[in-house]
Design a protein. Structure first.
Length: 356
């Protein structure tokens, strides 16, 4: 899987509009002075996180990610965002964004339904550290902006879930108009399923008929450059959310038969079980490094029936326990007061709008 994120050339203007010094941001992020002068800007996950941490540090505005995520000028949208805005419904828009996100970066948008509600979350597949808060705020705010703009209705999420420690609760709850849950197992907005099913007043079938085939062709060309193992592992990571996917589940995601998928994996000297273990190992390290998930919750998300099975597998992979691995891979956090008034540790985190 390629670790390349495409950064929008418009980002420099957006940051300047927020009165941020580009020179200061780039210096803080450790990026070259000519970063924004490139014709096409690509960064790794690590560089992307550094960029958005720098935005948060230089801005010192706890709502900077929310502001960047509410971009409403369609002329600043990329083709995938335009396709999303002109979809049939909010759910159709999120699915399109999830599908075309694969064109620009190793990141997934997941939709998890259940009991009259659906969670929409972003996952950085190659992250080895906590996602910057500004970046998380931008992504989730962007999803809500698309939903409200497309439906013409003031959609209010049921709740906001964030992996970070409690901070700036008032700012977040005022923006999303719902309660925020901190130290959660994911960064997600939870919507009423009925709100996701709302039709878009901005639906434009003719425009989609022009954009859709072009984006699909680009996506198919990208997939053709990937090995079947890469494609299957990416599908597995999207399906691993509380259950153990079968080869049939993965084959469906790739529009293949189970027999064809098995044969193509065998031709490359790969087994489905080995691929599943690799996906679990990579996700396990991601969960432990970037969130405050309880270990039994991580075991559940990785499809293990009991925590002990996860502990044994993790020790086999990394030579240590999940708890010890987490301690050695998470940076120390300075004690700073939070808006909760409890002195919980808080780190400024970040992310872009329209930049990925």
């Amino acid at each position: 899987m390629s670790d390349r994120f495409r950064v929008s050339g418009l980002l420099a203007r957006q940051l300047e509009e927020q009165n941020l010094s580009l020179v200061a941001v780039l210096r803080r992020a450790g990026l070259p002075a000519g970063f924004f002068q490139q014709e096409r800007i690509f960064v790794t996950t690590e560089e992307l996180f550094s960029l958005w941490r720098a935005v948060g540090d230089i801005s010192r505005d706890p709502g900077i990610g929310l502001k960047l995520g509410t971009e409403s000028r369609v002329e600043r949208y990329d083709p995938a965002a335009i396709a999303a805005l002109h979809s049939q419904s909010f759910l159709d828009a999120v699915r399109r964004m999830a599908r075309y996100k694969q064109l620009t970066c190793p990141e997934q948008i997941r939709i998890t339904p259940g009991n009259g509600e659906s969670a929409v979350e972003f996952t950085f597949l190659l992250a080895r550290e906590a996602e910057p808060a500004v970046l998380v705020d931008l992504c989730l705010s962007w999803i809500l902006t698309i939903g409200r703009s497309g439906t013409g209705y003031p959609i209010i999420p049921l709740r906001l879930e964030l992996t970070r420690a409690a901070a700036h609760r008032d700012t977040l709850e005022e923006h999303y108009r719902c309660r925020a849950k901190f130290r959660a197992g994911r960064n997600a907005l939870i919507f009423r399923t009925s709100d996701l099913e709302r039709p878009f007043v901005t639906h434009n079938a003719e425009l989609l008929a022009m954009l859709g085939p072009q984006l699909d062709a680009e996506l198919n060309a990208r997939r053709a450059r990937q090995t079947i193992s890469d494609q299957a592992k990416a599908a597995l990571k999207g399906l691993l959310a509380g259950h153990r996917p079968s080869i049939h589940d993965v084959a469906q995601q790739l529009n293949l038969s189970s027999r064809t998928l098995q044969r193509r994996l065998t031709e490359r000297g790969m087994t489905f079980q080995r691929l599943l273990e690799e996906a679990r190992r990579e996700l396990a390290c991601h969960y432990l490094a970037q969130s405050e998930l309880e270990l039994n919750e991580a075991a559940y998300l990785l499809g293990y029936e009991d925590p002990n099975s996860f502990f044994r597998a993790f020790h086999h992979w990394e030579g240590t326990s999940p708890g010890n691995w987490r301690k050695s891979h998470q940076p120390l956090k300075d004690e700073q007061p939070t808006s909760e008034g409890k002195g919980a540790p808080f780190i400024t985190l970040d992310r872009p709008a329209q930049a990925v």
